[in-house]
Design a protein around this ligand. Structure first.
Ligand SMILES: NC(=O)c1ccc[n+]([C@@H]2O[C@H](COP(=O)([O-])OP(=O)(O)OC[C@H]3O[C@@H](n4cnc5c(N)ncnc54)[C@H](OP(=O)(O)O)[C@@H]3O)[C@@H](O)[C@H]2O)c1
Length: 244
């Protein structure tokens, strides 16, 4: 595929998105570092990329809002070139709640991020990807769907729907050279988790340690690259062998 356009990483002001943005930039992608509330974080990420010799801009936009998504994609194209890679990473709060207390609104809150937002992003970038002769749509899923942790039914239901979108879109858009895959991390401590000491979790991980955001970003970089050109509709799990 080669780098002909730009990469847009949603929710890249911190957490996994920030690491993914830096990693894609290190591979030569001009990167749009999207944020919603944390302008300072996104500007820091973009400035770090530029200081390291890459190209990046911090761009505001609520990825659950249709107008904002269209503006975000158009501004990315103006500043960095047409969007060739989308990383649908942004997430809102993920409350843990027993199923008997989960409201329909709780479900909608998760679907906003993992079904509505990816759909808006796809629709806003599809024409540009076709013109480029192909592209990559990369969802950040979650291993929580397979592990089915109690209390995460709304989150897991939305992550399951996201996986279904990816598999269906892979078949709809493959003929345009567009691949659609899901990178699903296990528990990867980021800023919001604070200090993590989880011996019981680690004991269940084949590699006997927590994963790092860099290890997720490496897999996203592979999926964005030409090396993954014959992989589509797949889920790549990054959990150190947490399969027990
Ligand atoms: N970390 C893990 O253990 C883990 C495990 C499995 C899956 N995941 C998945 O990985 C992805 C990233 O998770 P994370 O742990 O890195 O989350 P995080 O640290 O909470 O970061 C979330 C990001 O999303 C942004 N965001 C929130 N609302 C937004 C909106 N409406 N529009 C645009 N951006 C918005 C936030 O930016 P602002 O503050 O600027 O709004 C922030 O940059 C998610 O899809 C999550 O489900 C994470």
């Amino acid at each position: 595929m080669g780098i002909k356009g730009s990469a847009l990483v949603t929710g890249a002001s911190r957490g996994l998105g920030a690491h993914i943005a830096r990693r894609l930039a290190a591979d030569g992608w001009p990167v749009a570092v999207n944020y919603h509330a944390e302008a300072a974080g996104a500007k820091r990420v973009a400035a770090g990329i530029v200081a390291a010799g890459g190209r990046a801009v911090a761009l505001h936009g609520d990825v659950t809002d249709e107008f904002d998504v269209r503006r975000l994609v158009a501004t990315t194209a103006e500043r960095l070139g047409p969007v060739q890679v989308v990383v649908a990473n942004a997430t809102g709060p993920q409350p843990v709640s027993p199923a008997e207390l989960v409201s329909w609104q709780d479900h909608l809150d998760q679907l906003e991020f993992f079904v509505k937002s990816p759909t808006l992003l796809l629709q806003a970038t599809l024409a540009g990807m076709r013109e480029l002769g192909g592209g990559r749509f990369i969802h950040i899923g979650s291993d929580s769907l397979r592990r089915a942790f109690p209390g995460t039914s709304a989150y897991n239901a939305a992550k399951g729907a996201q996986l279904a979108l990816a598999r269906t879109w892979a078949r709809e858009f493959g003929r345009h050279g567009i691949t659609v895959n899901v990178v699903s991390p296990g528990w990867i401590p980021v800023e919001r988790h604070g200090e993590v000491d989880a011996p019981e979790y680690v004991a269940d991980v084949a590699l006997r340690r927590m994963g790092t955001p860099e290890e997720v970003a490496d897999v996203v970089a592979f999926v964005a690259s030409d090396a993954s050109r014959f992989i589509t509709g797949e889920q790549l799990t990054v959990n150190g062998g947490h399969h027990g």
